[in-house]
Design a protein around this ligand. Sequence first.
Ligand code: GTP
Ligand code: MG
Length: 221
Amino acid sequence: MTPDDDADLIETGRKLFAGDWRFMWAAPSVEALPPMQGFEVAFAGRSNVGKSSLINALTNRNSLARTSHTPGRTQELIFFEGPKGVDSRTPDLRLVDMPGYGYASASKAKVASWTTLIHQFLLGRASLARVYVLIDSRHGFKDTDEDVLKTLDRAAVSYQIVLTKIDQVKKSQLNETMTAMAEKLRQHPAAYPQMLMTSSRTGEGMAELRAAMVKLLRERA
Ligand code: GTP
Ligand code: MG
């Protein structure tokens, strides 16, 4: 057996995400989800935090997931499937782009329906191997994020915080956001204790995030 050293995880992550990623399914409600199969990793976070952009950056694609500078772009659970059989130790993976929560300018009915969809999905999906909860490093952690962490605690799904758009903040501000976030995470022992830092614009943090997913897949295989 090859050791899971960091270089090996980074290289397998690169291969997994350089492969053929395709749109497979869009679910407007939990009744319309695709059959569970293999492992899924979902990206959750407030509207406009950069979920869809992160999926594009991970897969080196400009428009696999639809993005927009106005919040409320992704309105369904969007499933993408990755390449089959990257290596014998790494199971196949699906990525799930989620609608954002906490977007005050959308109609109340829409916000309520997206929020219900998000929470129902997170609570009832056995194939969900991990959820990355994205926090905008400019804005930090909000009450609506806390609601999602509580749902994830209840669901007993593995989850990890990703601070996004780090190209937009000074190091001092990033450190402040990290310190405040670490404090919040102390109340959530189910959360992965380390945070990831990403920029979909510069590509910072992508290799680490890809490697983290390979590690997870191998642990679950
Ligand atoms: P909803 O689908 O509406 O919930 O939003 P989302 O979380 O999917 O955000 P999306 O990926 O659509 O990005 C929102 C805006 O943020 C777009 O204008 C992106 O170009 C911008 N953005 C996303 N990631 C980054 C980043 O790492 N750096 C910078 N500077 N801008 C980013
Ligand atoms: Mg989106």
